[in-house]
Structures are given as structure tokens and as C-alpha cells.
Design a binder for this molecule. Structure first.
Ligand code: PMP
Length: 375
């Protein structure tokens, strides 16, 4: 019998499975908060043309600092939020996952702490682990909002160098008030990390799906040089496959990220694809309103359902997904839906499930399957 050769794996990685939701071949995919609407033929043609043009220069490394793409992203943010954002305030990488890894690489590290409020996005502790940053979580209330006093106490107690606020939050869909984000930015200024304040990252991956009247943290950029607002083209832009995430912050914060990025991290093909998509932003975002309406209808429908005589609990959502529960055996419900061709996500606190918003037909299939399995 031969023994598996040993590898000098870092002790904290031993026995760890790679992160990721199951990628299964089923008819109704409502598990990773994708946009169900693929790009139109016109957008596909524009992407193909721009990628073809970029292909003839692929013997050369791409533009390391991608000013054209940063300018286009700044223009989009300015239009979307009404806050003037300049190209040198924008940074981008392969998905906002990589943007946030850059943030932790620059501002975390051994002896430092990153703080967030649970339940929240499950990749954050992995960025911390991979940058040798201590990971600490405060709590969210039963309605998944964050209590300001608790946030301030937790920040004062742990003196984090990075504070991650997710708004709207994954997996709960909860957005944070601008007052809370502002107070956290102010508290971050009082933190002392090697003589500097903490950085506040507001992860707005689902920002475009927020309900009317919920403002973006971009509004606070002018006042706080320690604030970064992260966005992605994976959700509202329906471009998850292209891998393009970005952030807006003070140019000095952006310059710090340029130190830790790998050279030429954003391929010429990615840059061309993103530029093509941004040229068609209105068209790609055209489905956002329909998805928000479908989300609100899903929340209303779920609120009207009962399990064993008790009404379902449904988290308010400003995102393209809804967290609902609670089920004595959520795995059985998840499996029952899967057996009927509907894949949702087993995530969040015990007993809860999360469904991404799909097309009206997909949501009808979800409702029919849930009625059969659990209601
Ligand atoms: N932030 C949050 C809150 C997310 O839910 C996700 C994706 N599920 C991301 C960031 C990362 O997305 P991407 O890397 O595709 O931009």
C-alpha cells in the first residue's frame, strides 16, 4: 500500500474544502444570485467585436492601469448615483472578490484585524485567512440590521484595520442606513492602527437592486478618505461570467491597492468585454426594475405562506434574492426543491433558505415546488 505523499500545507488550510455553491445541471438555477437574463444579441455582437479587436494585440501585455475602463466605470457610477466619481477614484479586478482581496492585502495582515457583522458574506473570512488577518464578527439584530451602539462598541474593542459593511447584505438582503455607515466611518477615524485610522469597505455588490429611497454609500466618499465602496458587474449588469468587480475611493486608497495587485491582473479580453458592456449599460440594466418587482412579489407571496400553522419569516430585501424560513429541516426542503429541478441555497442562520430572483417562469416553478415540498 502506498502512502499519500505529504504536502507542507499551511496548518490552517488542512482539511478545508474549496469554497463554492454546488454547480449542478438543473433547469431552474436560483442559488448564486446571478441575473437570469443573458446579454441581448446586440450586446453579444459588441462584446465579440471589441474582443476581436483586442485579440490582435494579445501578444502584448494589457494596460496595467486600464485608465479607459476606470473612466467608463467612473462615468457609470456618476450616472447611477448622482455622485461625481473620477477615473483615479476607481479600481477594478477579476470580480469584487479580488477587489476585496486587494483591500485585505493592503490594509490587513499579521497582527491586524478585519471586522464584519454576521450573518454576512461567507467569503470575507477567507480573504482574512489568506492574508493572515484576524477575523472578528459583531452581530446583527433579529431583523438583520446592525445596532449602532453595538457596532461602535465592537469597533472600539477590536481596533480593526478593515471594517466590512455589506449593503445590501448577503445572505439577508438587508441594506444599512446612511446614518449608520456615516457613524461607522467616523468611528473608524478614531481607531489607531499603527497611527492610522481604519478603512471602511461598503460592499454594494447588490447596490442597483435597492428599493427607492435607499441611498448608496457613494454619497459619503467626499467626506471620508478612509471609505471604499465596492460594486460588481456580476449581478445587475448580468455579467458574472466576465469577472469584473470595482470600487470607488479616494485616489490615495486606490494607489495603495495598485501596490498589491499582480502585474497585468486584468486581461485585455476582460477590459474589452467590460468596456463593451458599459457602452450598453442601459440595455444590460433594463431588467433590474423587472427583477426588483419580481423580488417584491416573491417577498409578498412568501409572507402569505405558513408552515405547520406558523407564517413563514421573510427578511426584507434590497437585493436580487430573498432569505426566508424557518424550517425544522431546511436541508430536506432544499433537497425536495432540487428533486423538482429547482436549485436554491442552503445558507444563512439555521432553518433559513435563500432564493435568487429569476424570470417569472422560474419563480413560478420555485413557488410550485415549495408548495409541494414544505407548505
Ligand atoms: N460581495 C457579495 C456580498 C457577494 O454576494 C458576492 C458574490 N456572491 C461578491 C461580493 C463577489 O462577487 P463577484 O466576485 O462576482 O464580483
Amino acid at each position: 500500500m502506498t502512502r499519500e505523499p505529504l504536502l507542507p500545507l499551511r496548518p490552517e488550510l488542512r482539511g478545508i474544502e474549496p469554497y463554492g455553491a454546488p454547480q449542478l445541471d438543473v433547469p431552474v438555477l436560483l442559488n448564486v444570485n446571478e441575473n437570469p437574463y443573458g446579454p441581448s444579441p446586440a450586446v453579444v455582437a459588441e462584446i465579440a467585436a471589441r474582443v476581436a479587436a483586442a485579440a490582435s494585440g494579445l501578444n502584448r501585455y494589457p494596460d496595467r492601469d486600464f485608465p479607459q475602463l476606470r473612466g467608463a466605470l467612473a462615468g457609470y457610477l456618476t450616472r447611477e448615483s448622482g455622485v461625481a466619481v473620477a477615473a483615479d477614484q476607481v479600481w477594478a479586478a477579476n470580480g469584487s472578490n479580488e477587489v476585496m482581496l486587494h483591500l485585505l492585502q493592503a490594509f490587513g495582515g499579521p497582527g491586524r484585524t478585519a471586522l464584519s457583522f454576521a450573518p454576512t458574506y461567507s467569503m470575507y473570512p477567507e480573504y482574512a485567512r489568506d492574508t493572515h488577518t484576524r477575523w472578528v464578527t459583531g452581530k446583527r439584530e433579529t431583523d438583520f440590521t446592525i445596532d449602532l451602539d453595538h457596532a461602535l462598541e465592537t469597533i472600539a474593542a477590536h481596533q480593526p484595520s478593515v471594517i466590512l459593511l455589506t449593503s445590501p447584505n448577503n445572505p439577508t438582503g438587508t441594506s444599512l442606513s446612511l446614518e449608520l455607515v456615516e457613524a461607522v466611518c467616523e468611528a473608524a477615524l478614531r481607531v489607531d492602527v499603527d497611527g492610522a485610522p481604519a478603512v471602511v469597505v461598503v460592499d454594494e455588490a447588490y447596490g442597483e437592486f435597492r428599493r427607492a429611497g435607499v441611498p448608496s454609500a457613494l454619497r459619503l466618499l467626499e467626506r471620508f478618505t478612509n471609505l471604499a465602496v465596492s460594486r460588481t458587474m456580476s449581478k445587475a449588469f448580468a455579467l458574472a461570467g466576465a469577472r469584473l468587480g470595482y470600487l470607488a475611493a479616494h485616489p490615495r486608497l486606490v494607489d495603495a491597492l495598485r501596490v498589491v495587485r499582480l502585474p497585468y491582473h486584468l486581461s485585455g479580453v476582460t477590459q474589452a468585454t467590460a468596456l463593451a458592456a458599459l457602452a450598453h449599460a442601459d440595455e444590460l440594466l433594463a431588467q433590474v426594475d423587472a427583477l426588483r418587482a419580481e423580488r417584491d412579489a416573491t417577498v409578498t407571496w412568501l409572507q402569505q405562506q405558513t408552515v405547520d400553522g406558523a407564517p413563514l419569516v421573510v427578511a426584507e430585501s434590497d437585493a436580487n434574492f430573498v432569505l426566508f424560513g424557518t424550517f425544522a429541516d431546511r436541508h430536506a426542503v432544499w433537497q425536495g426543491l432540487l428533486d423538482r429541478g429547482v436549485l436554491i441555497r442552503e445558507t444563512g442562520p439555521d432553518g433559513w433558505l435563500r432564493v435568487s430572483i429569476g424570470t417569472p417562469q422560474e419563480m413560478a416553478a420555485f413557488r410550485a415546488a415549495l408548495v409541494e415540498v414544505a407548505l
